[in-house]
Design a protein around this ligand. Structure first.
Ligand code: FAD
Ligand code: NAD
Length: 160
C-alpha cells in the first residue's frame, strides 16, 4: 500500500466539512478540516486532528482555544479558502462564541478550550472541552472521494 492508496481508501469515508478557527494576539486564523469527531458526553468533549505542517498547530497551542464551524452546502467557497485552494476576494466576518471567533451561516458553531493534546504520527489530536454551541437550520457540505457534494434524501427505513 502506498500513500495514494491510503488517501484513496480514506476518501471513501464521506464526512462533513468544518473550518477550525482560533485567535492569537487579535489575529484570527482558520483551517479547513474533516478530521473532527464528538468524543464524550460527560464531560462534553470533541477532538480534531491537525497536521504538524499546518500553521494552525502552533496557533491552537498558543491560544488554548478553538472553534469548530460545521459548513453548510452554501459554504464550499469558505472550505476552499481555508484549505488554501482559492482566495475569497472579500473579508470574512467573524462573530464570537465564548470569546472564540466563529463563522456566520454554519450549521453549528462549537466553541472549545483545549484540555489535552496527543501527538500521533504526523498529526496532533487536540481535545476540546465544549463551552458553548450555536445552531442554524441548514443543509450540510459533504466531502467524498476528494470532491464536494450535498445530501440527497433516501427513503427512511421503519424500525422493527
Ligand atoms: P494557512 O495555510 O495559513 O491558512 C489556510 C488558508 O486559510 C490560507 O489560504 C489563508 O489565506 C486562509 N486564511 C487563514 N486565516 C484567514 C482569515 N482570518 N481570513 C481569511 N482567510 C484566512 N488538514 C488537517 O491538518 N486536518 C484535517 O482534518 C484536514 N481536513 C481537510 C479537509 C478538506 C476537505 C480539505 C480540502 C483540506 C483538509 N486539510 C486538513 C488540509 C488543510 O485545510 C490545509 O492544509 C490548510 O491549508 C492548512 O492551513 P494552515 O493551518 O497551514 O494555514
Ligand atoms: P484527499 O484525496 O487527499 O483526501 C481523502 C482523504 O484522505 C481525506 O478525507 C482524509 O481522510 C485522508 N487524508 C488526506 N490527506 C491526509 C493527511 N495528510 N493526513 C491524514 N489523512 C489524510 O483529498 P484532497 O481533496 O486531495 O485534499 C486536499 C488537501 O487537503 C490534500 O493536501 C490533503 O492531504 C489535505 N487533507 C488533509 C487531511 C488531514 O490532514 N487529516 C484531510 C483531508 C485533506
Amino acid at each position: 500500500m502506498d500513500g495514494r492508496e491510503f488517501r484513496f481508501a480514506m476518501g471513501n469515508f464521506s464526512t462533513g466539512v468544518t473550518v477550525i478557527t482560533t485567535e492569537v494576539d487579535g489575529e484570527v486564523s482558520g483551517m479547513t478540516a474533516n478530521a473532527f469527531m464528538s468524543l464524550s458526553m460527560d464531560p462534553e468533549l470533541v477532538v480534531i486532528s491537525v497536521d504538524e505542517k499546518a500553521q494552525m498547530m502552533e496557533k491552537i497551542k498558543e491560544s488554548g482555544k478553538y472553534a469548530v464551524n460545521i459548513l453548510s452546502a452554501k459554504q464550499q467557497d469558505l472550505s476552499m479558502n481555508f484549505a488554501g485552494q482559492n482566495k475569497l476576494d472579500k473579508d470574512i466576518p467573524f462573530e464570537r462564541l465564548s470569546g472564540v471567533p466563529v463563522i456566520e451561516g454554519c450549521l453549528a458553531q462549537v466553541s472549545c478550550e483545549v484540555t489535552g493534546s496527543h501527538v500521533e504520527g504526523d498529526h496532533t489530536l487536540f481535545i476540546g472541552r465544549v463551552n458553548d454551541v450555536h445552531l442554524e437550520e441548514n443543509e450540510p457540505l459533504i466531502f467524498f472521494k476528494g470532491k464536494y457534494r450535498s445530501l440527497s434524501p433516501i427513503e427512511e427505513m421503519v424500525r422493527s
